[in-house]
Design a protein around this ligand. Sequence first.
Ligand code: FRU
Length: 474
Amino acid sequence: MYEEKWRPQFHFSPKEMWMNDPNGLAYYDGEYHLFFQHHPYSKIWGPMHWGHAVSKDLLHWEELPIALYPDELGQIFSGSAVIDKQNTSGLKDSDEDVMVAIFTHHGEDNEKQSIAYSNDRGRTWTKYEGNPVISNPGLKDFRDPKVFWHNESNKWVMALACGDHIRFYHSPNLLDWSYLSSFGENYGAHGGVWECPDLVHIPVEGSNEKKWLLIVSVNPGGPNGGSAVQYFVGDFNGEAFICDDDNKTIKWADYGRDFYAAVTWSNVEEPIWIGWMSNWQYANEVPTDPFRSAMSIPKRLALRMQDNTYKLVQTPIDLKKLIKETIVQKEEVIIQPGFAKKLKVSNLPLLIKGEVKELDRETSLMKVTLAGEKDKIEILFDREKEELVLDRRNSGNVSFSNEFPSVDTMPLHEIYDFEILIDCASIEIFLNGGSSVMTEIFFINKDCFTLEVSVTGGEVSLKNVSIDYLKSIW
Ligand code: FRU
């Protein structure tokens, strides 16, 4: 049971101390593994370890002992984990399949890739004697290996972040790697360094088609400042990634300020990812105690063909079993200009869902406010500007960093439906079946709120609206 102020109640956070990127996401025999960048002795980023947690349902997490400690080759930076079912590595020595972690050793002078393995369901780890398995070729940034089994060419493939591009390597056995190709110098957003790539085969909604999705985090240079995740859609032929779009297209996975370093689970049928819910601009200063940072909700991924291009759609995993009490369940709610709908909310977390049936052509603004006594978070759909605005300038404790108070925007033509996840210190907004997403954190100072919806111009009809209190996962 965690009850500290601003402790997320249905998102993973470490019991104590610092956390950043999700690492080593792998499913094995009923358990989803979540390793994470962790500094176990401080709430400030420092010598990186891999913390560890497991879950049977991606909702309830059990934190386990630290999996990987820094050593003479350096800190343990981000990376991935795979289940080596065919024992290609020869590292298996029990009845269990061997789980292999591929990570960056961050030494004083360089970054290189190393591996460690576990023959007991990820409980204990041994570092491979022949580390590193890929030494540094003379690049300052050379990190965050994400490995997957490429069936068509019967080999392991690694995506690696190299400053301003991604390099692909391949291997028959996870131990011997050779260079394949590079992507990205002239593609996408380059406001900062590229980090935490992932290459994943992903279904296209409503078809049997699959495409390759290349995920790349960039810091700074996000759409609203600081760290953010971009993606590319294309093909992968076992050697190179070929992007469908031209090199000027930038696609953001999330327009909020707090979704970073997201990658997918390995050894699952359908792609599911999770991201770190913070931003390097202020991550070291957020006012939580005795821990710092939480993960996003895990989300299923697919592509949707829209306006002649593939768009990433994200669906949060089902929260039904966390519902404690339904406080609103209405087939229709009509909101007229000048008559705001107000609801007293006695606690968080909350799950809000519904559809937007008709936005009157005259409707210029639709506003949702979660307000305490003095603090508030505002979400505004501006019809004329065609954008969603999230304003957290007065959301409670905002003074710990100048970068934190902000008004952030996301391009948006219409709203058909919405699913809003509000935990004690975060909001995740999914619109239009998850094709427009915004994730932000906040530190509000009240347990009792008013939820208010108002419109300007013309009336709006909301359908199938539900508001639920959620239980704690702890
Ligand atoms: C991304 C990142 C990674 C690195 C890790 C270090 O947030 O900078 O590139 O491996 O964090 O903690």
